[in-house]
Design a protein around this ligand. Structure first.
Ligand code: MN
Length: 159
């Protein structure tokens, strides 16, 4: 009787581990799938620190004044402080990053996080120190272009 019980337990354990076994190839497929939108070109403006890639997906025009861009931050890379006259929506598609409004605590963002940044509110966004970060930036141009401010200091980034 004890022997049968042991065999049953062994079978259950085998079943458990076989169900939870994920082959290495599946992990690779997951990594590939996480790239949803094109990475675009490396940023050459002075509006960011560190390596950043920007792909414009939708340009604002007279009928729809909302622009959509895919922004990829290498680990540690971030925007300067800036504000948007009509606010901004951020939708995180991959990685781990930060968002901070002036005078507020830094918010940690992960894949699936969504941020609604109010109009004319100084803030910055970027990657965490060890993980790249990918976000869609949805920005209305109704009240004018982004206003770029000072660089995020190391202390502000770390705090
Ligand atoms: Mn912004």
């Amino acid at each position: 009787m004890k022997c049968i019980l042991k065999i049953n337990v062994a079978c259950l354990l085998l079943l458990f581990y076989s169900c939870n076994y994920i082959p290495a190839e599946s992990n690779k497929e997951t990594e590939k799938r996480s790239i949803i939108f094109a990475q675009g070109d490396k940023n050459t403006t002075q509006n960011f620190n560190g390596e950043v890639w920007v792909k414009s997906l939708i340009d604002a025009d007279s009928l729809n004044e909302t622009a959509v861009g895919n922004v990829t931050f290498a680990p540690g890379a971030r925007s300067k402080w800036h504000s948007h006259p009509a606010g901004q929506i951020l939708m995180v598609t991959d990685g781990v990053g930060y968002y901070q409004e002036k005078g507020q605590s830094k918010v940690i963002l992960r894949k699936g996080s969504v941020i609604k940044c109010p109009p004319n509110t100084p803030h910055w966004h970027g990657a965490s120190p060890d993980t790249a970060f990918v976000q869609l930036a949805i920005t209305s141009r109704t009240n004018g272009p982004t206003v770029w401010l000072q660089t995020v200091t190391e202390k502000e980034y770390r705090d």
